[in-house]
Design a protein around this ligand. Structure first.
Ligand SMILES: [Zn+2]
Length: 176
């Protein structure tokens, strides 16, 4: 795999108010709210977020990007709050930058869409892919340029690990 020749487009997509933005601390506390909506397999949903956090942490470490997600049990010190929603037909995820100061990300919420009667295309795999994608936004990534980028939209339902492009842009953000 190689970096796409139009990688600058991906970098452009990642600008927040004209800048590449990042966390300026190394441990990012993640608080996962309880699922209050009636669904069958809540434990599976929590485990998919856990799996995504472990996967990103391993990738970050292996690529010498000095930042790690840390799951916490109480909301008070959360940098990222993961919420669950059940709306729409194919809604899968959303990342909101609640606070960005200069080029520093301070607070984020991630919303993960739960399976519902209308979401016939929502599977365990597609939820996991959506969670990986939203945590990519949480690191400061915008949307990708190739279908195998984890940050590409419309999101491919079977892309679970970041591409060379994704990692290149992350490195541009954290190790410029
Ligand atoms: Zn996105």
């Amino acid at each position: 795999m190689t970096i796409s020749t139009n990688i600058n487009q991906y970098i452009q997509n990642s600008l927040i108010r004209g800048k590449l933005c990042k966390w300026d601390k190394q441990i990012i506390n993640v608080y996962i709210t309880q699922i209050t909506i009636q669904i069958e397999n809540k434990e599976l949903m929590y485990s998919l977020v856990n799996k995504a956090i472990i996967s990103w942490n391993t990738l970050l470490k292996n690529n010498r990007i000095n930042i790690q997600f840390n799951q916490i049990q109480y909301p008070s010190n959360a940098d990222i709050t993961v919420n669950w929603i059940q709306v729409g037909r194919i809604y899968e995820g959303m990342c909101k930058y609640l606070s960005v100061i200069g080029n520093s990300i301070k607070k984020i919420t991630i919303e993960i869409g739960l399976p519902n009667a209308y979401g016939k295309n929502i599977t365990e795999l597609s939820i996991y892919c959506a969670i990986m994608h939203e945590f990519g936004h949480a690191l400061g990534l915008g949307h990708g340029i190739e279908i195998n980028d984890i940050m590409y939209v419309p999101h491919q339902k079977n892309i679970t690990i970041p591409s060379e492009n994704d990692l290149y842009v992350l490195n541009r953000i954290y190790n410029p």
